[in-house]
Design a protein around this ligand. Structure first.
Ligand code: SAM
Length: 280
């Protein structure tokens, strides 16, 4: 039976184009168009927006984005085998889907998009965190994008939204929450994908902030949090000793007990400390 957009069901697309999933490309496909439409809706109102999609594969999420009204989708796919399937979608939505073949880590796509821009992707797990960090640390802020709606392994999603505590909290949470307002909007069991991965997944929506949540120099904040979390079990007066000879004074000036550990310190606390460290 044809789907709502008149295109064949995804299982038929995959069979017709012989898209046997390749593990090294992180290929776990979503075949349920109701689900891909839900993910597209999690990105908010798409009408009037350009959408960058990384890793469209056979195009399940791409179809969701177009059916949900995206003005235009630019889809970047590394696997050339997917191009004929994506061309069929482009033909069903004239002028609204552009496909670029290549490695999203190597291509500079911002110039091909017209604001407002949303990034929506069921990311290949092996490149997902790297792309996220790049999108959160551009040369200039605000970045080219307005929001990110991204699928991660659930464990990574939990690290992104984590608050201070012993397990998930770390540099990824601090960077994500300094620049944006990340929220888990959907969790998915392995069976939602074909082939099924070993772990659960989750979609995180990031609304970017116009300015960082708390003032701090990005490089200093990065240095402080890297040193603090590289030795997360140690007291900060010891893990940060190399930052400044009077680190205990600076920790206290930032409102932090020198005997505290990294996982106890809020984003606001780390930003205050970065300001104290920068004020030399
Ligand atoms: N979006 C599709 C879906 O939801 O069914 C496919 C998702 S699959 C998890 C990840 C996709 O990213 C695959 O199609 C894979 O070929 C593609 N991919 C992997 N590495 C990539 C890279 N560096 N740049 C662009 N695409 C990549």
């Amino acid at each position: 039976m044809a789907a709502i957009d008149g295109l064949p069901p995804l299982r038929a697309v995959i069979a017709a184009h012989d898209l046997v999933a390749k593990k090294q490309l992180g290929q776990n496909f979503l075949l349920d168009l109701n689900l891909t439409a839900r993910i597209a809706r999690a990105a908010g109102d798409l009408s009037g927006c350009d959408v960058l999609e990384v890793g469209p594969g056979p195009g399940g999420l791409t179809r969701g984005l177009l059916a949900e009204g995206a003005r235009r989708v630019l889809a970047v796919e590394k696997d050339a085998r997917c191009l004929p399937a994506l061309a069929e979608i482009a033909a069903a939505y004239p002028g609204r889907l552009e496909v670029m073949q290549g490695d999203a880590l190597a291509l500079d796509v911002a110039a091909h998009l017209v604001p407002p821009i949303k990034i929506v992707a069921n990311l290949p797990y092996n490149v997902g965190t790297e792309l996220l960090i790049r999108w959160l640390t551009p040369a200039h802020w605000p970045p080219f994008w307005d929001s990110l709606t991204l699928m991660f392994q659930k464990e990574v999603a939990e690290r992104i939204v984590a608050k201070p505590g012993p397990k998930a909290y770390g540099r990824l949470a601090l960077l994500s929450q300094w620049r944006a307002d990340p929220k888990i909007v959907l969790t998915l069991p392995p069976e939602a994908f074909t082939p099924a991965p070993k772990v659960h997944s989750a979609v995180v929506h990031f609304r970017r902030l116009d300015a960082p949540r708390f003032a701090a120099d990005e490089a200093v904040l990065g240095r402080v949090t890297a040193m603090a979390f590289n030795q997360r079990r140690k007291m900060l007066r010891s893990s940060l000793k190399a930052l400044a000879p009077d680190i205990e004074v600076r920790l206290r000036a930032a409102g932090i007990e020198p005997t505290a550990r990294a996982e106890e310190i809020s984003l606001e606390g780390f930003c205050a400390l970065a300001r104290e460290v920068a004020a030399t």
